[in-house]
Write a protein that binds this ligand. Sequence first.
Ligand code: IMP
Length: 427
Amino acid sequence: MPAIVIVGAQWGDEGKGKATDQLGDAIDYCVRYQGGNNAGHTIVVDGERYALHLLPSGVLTPGCTPVIGNGVVIDAGVLLDEMKALADRGIDTSRLLISANAHLIASYHVTVDKVSERFLGKNKIGTTGRGIGPAYADKISRLGVRVGDLFDAKILRQKIEGALEQKNQLLVKAYNRRAISVDDVLVEFLGYAEALRSYVADTSLVINQALDAGRTVLFEGAQATMLDADHGTYPFVTSSNPIAGGACVGAGIGPTRIDRVVGVIKAYTTRVGAGPFPTELLDEDGERLRVEGGEFGTTTGRERRCGWYDAVVARYAARVNGLTDLFLTKLDVLGGWERVPVCVAYEVDGKRIDEMPMTQTEFHHAKPVYEFFDGWGGDLSGARAFSDLPKSAQVYARALEEMSGVPFCGIGVGPAREQTVMLRPLP
Ligand code: IMP
């Protein structure tokens, strides 16, 4: 079972790092295929907490080669800081491979991200402000600077000039900001060239050769299905394709290579930033989920919006990703509620809809139709087998599994690696 994709099934922060971590020593390569340092994986290993933003989580597994694929946008300063912070804690980052075709995030992308959000006012997306959208916009407009360009100073200057020509007009004339100097960006980028040179590789070739040799490769999605630029709640999405198909584009593998697609889904729902969220709780129940679930962003520290589990979203994620497995996380957080609602369908303008509505307008109007489950008391964190879970937690988990049509491979009952009920082996 060599190629596995792990993808968020909701709006992000489902605990993908924990699911990845379950694979432990079984993974030879861990590949990020989209996004940038807008991501935030929190992984707890041997009681030590690691918050990763750009590095693949396999960097924490001895013997695993972490790979940053061509589909990722890289803020090189952030990457080098993250590598140094891990090295200072005794983690070896020397095996890291970075695609020469990955695009670079420059300071001007961060500036444009922040000013354009400000100008959107009440229509803002609520981005992480890390320059992700503007970097992908430049990629598609063919104005991007790629990692491979760092090693040719003449080309690098030309590309930065090209990227800044329009942007400086925009910054000065529309946004009333100072123009950004080509030389400043060039000096900064050339400073990264030497530091990164030894990590740069033809990662598509490396990954395909690894698969040919029967190695296990994990493709690690950042963000999630509902934040996908094509299949999420556009325009309140990120600027890449987190869905499983994005792994082909963002890592340079064919779709026939993928053997297993694991969706990670939380036992309730959270979302950061703006956009529709049918099961959102704006009352004290939402506050209780936030506090008991520790729902504050790893990347920005922002409070996450919280709500009940949405089975329509789960079914949709199963469809657009072709999920073979679901990994349910944070079931322990739901302990202590008298009853636990699950959204099983939507009511849109007086009509019941069982699938994701087709248009943005309908999704904005969607009201959850709830089914109620008995709650359970006590602490689940000691459970290691399904039968260790309280009866009503078992009923809840089995019902979610049935509604999505995808078997659970594991259930998280606490943040640590071992606080997991494994149902189907990974890989
Ligand atoms: P961007 O990715 O910074 O452009 O932000 C676009 C949207 O995606 C915003 O609503 C962000 O809050 C959301 N977002 C980006 N990365 C993550 C993540 O890792 N977890 C949850 N939401 C995210």
